[in-house]
Design a protein around this ligand. Structure first.
Ligand code: XMP
Length: 514
């Protein structure tokens, strides 16, 4: 077997660290983010094909700023410094870094020297994303300047004989039009990586790593049926088989038929042969939510009750050493500067009880982005409809029913939502929507049906375009589709006489209603 090639992304605290790793993986070379404090021996032991220094918010010349050992430049491994990373390279090699007279933010036209390998096939004038207040005023000895802007004398520099490259801008963000090409040039041409890494290698390698980590211990996995926890569960089951138990808590706030769908895939009749426990806890949740109207209280109650149920199941299983979670990169709030991720991991399943004695947390998807998780899911043979599911919040329909939650309101919103999803899919509008669902407003109004007065609930429909779920725009669903959905909901769902469409973007609205 060929040895696995890898690039190490050395994290100096920038925002885009994982994005850099992801772009390298897109070049079919495995990449991992490590804290800048990683000892050189450890880096050497990994035999990376290349190292990338990330950006960061600091000024290299300040005493407290993160730095690595300058001996890193003597290891004979190609290095690319990005933003702070480029300044660090200049600083440690006796160049001059200072506050720039003019800061550059945003898209900036950069003139590059196309004779540099880094800029092969790149336009001479190319748009790059800048975000800096310091700059390299003078490149270190032995370096040549390979890009500049009218106000940035060293927008890129290199000492090709030592494999050292640096760029002031951010090639990893898509605003840098030809950034992917530059990273490709670094990874494949400068570092000489073969580029034979694929998602199936991730799956294979992760299974190996999990076996090593878990040994003959027992693992508990909170499975929601969402893509992340499903992929984590299947990976783990491939790694440790029956040492794994998956607990699926049906809190009665799932979409229509969802509990049965999850059970059909992961339960005893499904293809995975998992130890699968479904806990039907609907009544418990409804009784705790009785009379509660305030959104935050509802969230807290649902989160807490989830913990109680999970805790009870964990106790029944006993002697579980590992807790597995489907945490993915966007869930990880820590910057990777050597801090533990345990706090956020707990959040991911709603805050786990302290006294359930898990020795270790297992998070096989921690470095992946959502679309990478989806690729891994397909690789593992998870059905497409599960892999491409839209996100669904942990508190479920509890936050799509405004005000008090009752079993009858859950029925209404489940039925309305099922019709909405069915019609959207039939009309083929589902592909480009980030999220779409029906919610139940707490509003009742007067209507007329079959000559009779009605006084029933209004259902709200929502559909948004979003790439990161931090901001969103209301989607323009064709009028005929909305008309058809409205007619069907009012005709088929008892207790509804009005349907509304939410046009609010985020901000100022949020995607969910509570
Ligand atoms: P908002 O409503 O804040 O939602 O615009 C942004 C995204 O997050 C999802 N969401 C949640 N997911 N637990 C989750 O796992 C939650 O408590 C939660 N609240 C919101 C929401 O569905 C949307 O995708």
């Amino acid at each position: 077997m060929l040895e696995r090639e890898q690039v190490i992304v050395l994290d100096f605290g920038g925002q885009y660290n994982q994005l850099i790793a992801r772009r390298v993986r897109e070049c079919h070379v495995y990449a991992e983010v490590l804290p800048y404090t990683t000892p050189l021996e450890e880096i050497r032991a990994r035999q990376p094909k290349g190292i990338i220094f990330t950006g960061g918010p600091n000024s290299v010349y300040l005493e407290e700023s993160p730095r690595c050992d300058a001996a890193i430049f003597e290891m004979g491994i190609p290095i690319l410094g990005i933003c702070y990373g480029s300044q660090l390279m200049a600083y440690l090699l006796q160049g001059r870094v200072e506050t720039a007279p003019v800061s550059e933010y945003g898209k900036t036209e950069v003139t590059v020297d196309r004779s540099s390998v880094l800029f092969e096939d790149v336009e001479e004038q190319t748009v790059c994303w800048m975000s800096h207040t310091d700059y390299i005023a003078e490149a270190p000895k032995g370096f040549r300047v390979t890009a500049r802007t009218p106000v940035c004398p060293v927008a890129a520099m290199e000492d090709a004989s030592r494999g050292l490259y640096a760029v002031q801008f951010h090639p990893e963000v898509l605003h840098t039009t030809e950034g992917t090409k530059m990273l490709y040039n670094f990874v494949r041409k400068v570092c000489g990586a073969r580029g034979d890494w694929k998602m199936d290698s991730f799956v294979e390698q992760t299974i190996g790593k999990l076996r090593e980590q878990i040994g003959d211990g027992r693992v508990l996995c909170a499975l929601s049926g969402g893509v992340d926890s499903s992929v984590a569960a299947v990976l783990l089951s491939k790694a440790v088989g029956k040492q794994l138990t998956c607990v699926f808590v049906d809190h009665g706030l799932l979409r229509k038929n969802e509990g049965d769908e999850v059970e059909a895939v992961f339960g005893p009749e499904g293809p995975y042969e998992l130890n699968f426990i479904r806990v039907n806890a609907q009544e418990r949740f409804y009784s705790k939510l009785k009379g509660v109207e305030e959104p935050e209280r509802k969230r807290k109650i649902i989160g807490e009750e989830f913990i109680r149920v999970f805790e009870e199941e964990a106790r029944k299983i006993g002697a579980v050493v590992f807790l597995a979670q489907g945490t993915i990169y966007p869930d990880v709030i820590e910057s990777g500067l050597g801090k533990s991720a345990t706090i956020k991991s707990h959040h991911n399943v709603g805050g786990l009880p302290d006294h359930v004695d898990f020795k270790e947390i297992v998070e096989p998807l921690r470095m992946l982005f959502k679309d990478e998780v989806r690729k891994a899911g397909l690789e593992l043979g998870i059905p497409e409809y599960l892999v491409y599911r839209q996100p669904f919040p942990g508190p479920g329909l509890g936050i799509r029913i405004i005000g008090e939650v009752t079993a009858d309101k859950v029925r209404i919103v489940q039925d309305a939502d099922a019709i909405y999803r069915e019609e959207i899919a039939k009309a083929g509008c589902d592909k480009d929507l980030g999220q779409y669902f029906a919610a139940l407003t707490n509003m009742r109004s007067v209507g007329v049906m079959g000559d009779e007065r009605t006084y029933d609930y209004a259902v709200a429909l929502r559909a948004v375009h979003t790439s990161d779920f931090m901001t969103a725009d209301a989607a323009q669903i064709p009028w005929e589709v909305l008309g058809k959905v409205t007619t069907r909901i009012v005709n088929e769902v008892r207790g509804v006489n009005r349907v509304m469409y939410d046009l609010t973007s985020k901000p100022p609205g949020t995607i969910e209603f509570e």
